[in-house]
Ligand binder design. Structure first.
Ligand code: CA
Length: 222
């Protein structure tokens, strides 16, 4: 069995050590780096299964790094769990919009942290068996494996999350989907902050589809 590899990007040494020891205790390989530069060097060498990313870091912040890794084809599908001391709603939403898949606020509950990581690892494993991966949406072709939405005029490179959302909508075309249904199936849980983040993603996807008259995403109130 492959040992899950977790990259811990955290400048507070004591916290990072506590997390790393716990991950190792649960059969994972924890690689600790102090800042974005060291994290990038590590990512250039070996890709981890999960990234734990502190928000406040010397140099580039966690949000900047999440954005960067999301837009890099090599790293875009690695789940990112944002570690943050900030509990402002605005901050949580901007962390998720930057590309983090989930967040956990300080002080960390280690049990919860492990649980979230295990959810990510399970999801990655499940990816080998996702069902259909090529879809036709009006004039657009959607390639879920490569996260590309394209026709002969345009090519949109989607993030993993955008692609998950488009795929879920394709599989449920012509159906009315409830918000919590979409959240549970695409994000894995129903949560107020994720709901706010979902709205941002829906707006993005709507724009892609509208630009080519590919399909209509209709909102039905209530
Ligand atoms: Ca920090």
């Amino acid at each position: 069995m492959k040992i899950p590899r977790v990259l811990v990007v955290e400048d507070e040494k004591a916290i990072a050590e506590l997390i790393s020891v716990n991950l190792r205790h649960h059969g994972m390989l924890a690689i600790h780096v102090m800042d974005g530069e060291a994290a990038q060097r590590e990512l250039d060498q070996v890709l981890p299964d999960v990234i734990l990313l502190d928000w406040m870091l010397p140099g580039q912040s966690g949000v900047v790094l999440a954005k960067k890794w999301r837009s890099d084809p090599r790293t875009k599908s690695i789940p990112i769990l944002m570690l943050t001391a900030r509990s402002e709603e605005r901050d949580k939403v901007s962390g998720l919009d930057a590309g983090a898949d989930d967040y956990i606020t300080k002080p960390y509950n280690l049990q919860e942290l492990l649980l979230r990581i295990q959810v990510f690892l399970k999801r990655t494993k499940k990816k080998d068996d996702v069902g259909p991966v090529i879809f036709k949406i009006g004039d657009l072709n959607f390639d879920y494996t490569n996260l590309v939405l394209s026709n002969d005029k345009v090519e949109y490179q989607l993030t993993q999350r955008e692609a998950d959302l488009v795929r879920y909508l394709c599989l449920n075309a012509n159906r009315v989907l409830k918000r919590d249904e979409i959240l549970m199936n695409v994000w894995g849980k129903d949560d107020y902050f994720l709901g706010r983040s979902m709205d941002v993603f829906i707006t993005k996807v709507r724009k892609y589809l509208k630009s080519q008259n590919a399909a209509k995403l209709q909102t039905i109130h209530g």
